[in-house]
Design a binder for this molecule. Structure first.
Ligand SMILES: Cc1ncc(COP(=O)(O)O)c(C=O)c1O
Length: 460
């Protein structure tokens, strides 16, 4: 059964119901392909909404497919299995053949959707969406940031490629010197730049899974090989296994403290042990302000240690994309050379500087979020069906004793509450909820009560 919806834009949308998507066979797909072939010359799977509408695809109509119908059938079939294909159908040149093979096959990062898309999915107004899926800071940016951005008069001038003021301010905040600091468009960009600097085709990179998916995504983009070492049942690192992999040759090791999505810390001793393994150790402290623990003081003694931080979480600037790294001056000097020259925009610089001015207020918000996290942890633990995992960050991973994270996600999404679920074998039984303000968290708990039944002593 396929539900077709004409789109107001020039796109054409086909939604397969979940039942159809899972049960369909090749001939059913093929007949749908022929039906849609009339309108298509592009087809782009609508990947990130796959949980609510597992079979949704977006088609852009340009010309009839004609003799391309057969290959379209094959591609659609493949797409339904992988959700990652972008194929131009009517090109005279097979443009994909000109692309680097490992990038043609690259899996997309399962990025989160913006509020307007979530609102459309849930069928409710945007302002009613409760967004607990991106570990964002629902207090928003500080008032100083709003004011400074409104009064800026230099948006028409390129920003400083050397990031002088930014690096100076960050060095003061982090207790180091500017020659050890590089800022990026989110800490994401620094992960990318570090991998470009150290990793080439065939080089190995180590991570401990489950962890932040961008390490693997960026490693693949530079042609490296990601080695994933499993964590133990309490999500602690297996340092011995990491050591074994390092001895087989690896360039970079990612340690994440607190780890996303498990929320646990990496001890200073573990970092120190890892630093002896002869590779670059990247300690990702994106949630540092929520945890209060850092290994930044080790950076001056170890030229193979890089600490990454973000303004997305504590400072509420996820939309402006600001992160930074603390590292050896020789590494910083190279990153400044290979980065895009204007990666910190004028707006980002203004927001960063104003956030640091407003740090007292922002850190008091962090404190409130930590208190909320601890309250929410207790509330979640009252549901017999849920086991929350202790967290040092602004989110809580939650194991479901029954059912899959994806279906609980769907139930919550229908009520306008968006959390994170995972389509990976390690985390299929989990959801991750970002900690919101008190009223967001209360709404989450009420929705869970409606879905799962009352928690044992909830509301007492
Ligand atoms: C562990 C970790 N590192 C890095 C990032 C990326 O942060 P940014 O927004 O600074 O790119 C995230 C974002 O969720 C994260 O969880």
């Amino acid at each position: 059964m396929a539900l077709r919806t004409a789109c107001k834009t020039d796109a054409y949308c086909v939604v397969l119901t979940q039942e159809f998507c899972y049960k369909c066979n090749a001939s059913e797909i093929a007949s749908m392909a022929l039906e849609t072939a009339e309108w298509c010359n592009y087809q782009v799977p609508f990947r990130s909404n796959a949980s609510l509408y597992p079979g949704m695809f977006l088609f852009t109509p340009v010309q009839k497919l004609g003799r391309h119908a057969a290959s379209f059938k094959g591609i659609l079939k493949k797409t339904l299995g992988s959700y990652n294909l972008l194929t131009r159908m009517n090109e005279r040149t097979d443009i994909r053949r000109l692309m680097r093979p490992h990038l043609v096959e690259a899996e997309p990062y399962a990025a989160i959707d913006p509020p307007e898309v979530l609102a459309r999915m849930a069928g409710i107004p945007e302002e009613q969406i409760i967004k607990l899926d991106g570990n964002e800071n629902l207090y928003g940016a500080s008032p100083g940031v709003q004011q400074a951005l409104a009064s800026c008069r230099t948006y028409h001038i390129y920003p400083d490629p050397q990031q002088r003021r930014v690096r100076h301010a960050l060095a003061e905040y982090a207790g180091t010197t500017p020659d050890r600091v590089v800022a990026g468009a989110g800490s994401d960009e620094l992960i990318d730049l570090l991998l470009r600097l150290f990793v080439g085709p065939g080089d190995r990179v180590i991570q401990s899974v489950p962890t932040f998916a961008m390490y693997a995504t960026f490693t693949h983009l530079v042609g490296g090989t990601m080695v994933s070492v499993p964590r133990d049942e309490t999500f602690d690192l297996d340092l011995e296994a990491i050591g074994r992999e390092a001895r087989q040759g690896a360039k970079v090791l990612f340690l994440t403290s607190p780890n996303n999505p498990t929320g646990n810390l990496v001890s200073q001793e573990t970092v120190q042990e890892s630093l002896k393994m002869g590779l670059v150790v990247v300690v990702d402290e994106a949630y540092y302000e929520f945890a209060g623990s850092t290994v930044a003081s080790l950076v001056p003694e170890h030229n193979n240690l890089v600490v990454l931080r973000s303004f997305s979480k504590w400072a509420g600037l996820a939309g402006l994309r600001i992160g930074y790294g603390l590292m050896d001056p020789a590494v910083a000097e190279r990153l400044l050379v290979i980065k895009p020259p204007y990666n910190i925009t004028v707006a980002s610089e203004i927001a960063l500087l104003a956030s640091l001015q407003d740090r007292e207020l922002l850190l008091s918000r962090v404190k409130s979020l930590v208190e909320e996290r601890d309250r929410l942890f207790v509330e979640l633990g009252r549901f017999p069906q849920l086991t929350p995992v202790p967290s040092s960050a602004n989110f809580i991973l939650c194991r479901l004793r029954q059912g899959k994270g994806r279906s609980l996600y769907g139930e919550l999404a229908r009520r306008g509450i968006f959390v994170r679920y995972y389509d990976t074998p390690l985390l299929r039984d989990y959801i991750r909820v970002s900690v919101g303000l008190a009223h967001h968290n209360r709404a989450l708990v009420s929705a869970l009560q409606a879905i799962l039944g009352e928690g044992e002593t909830a509301h007492d």
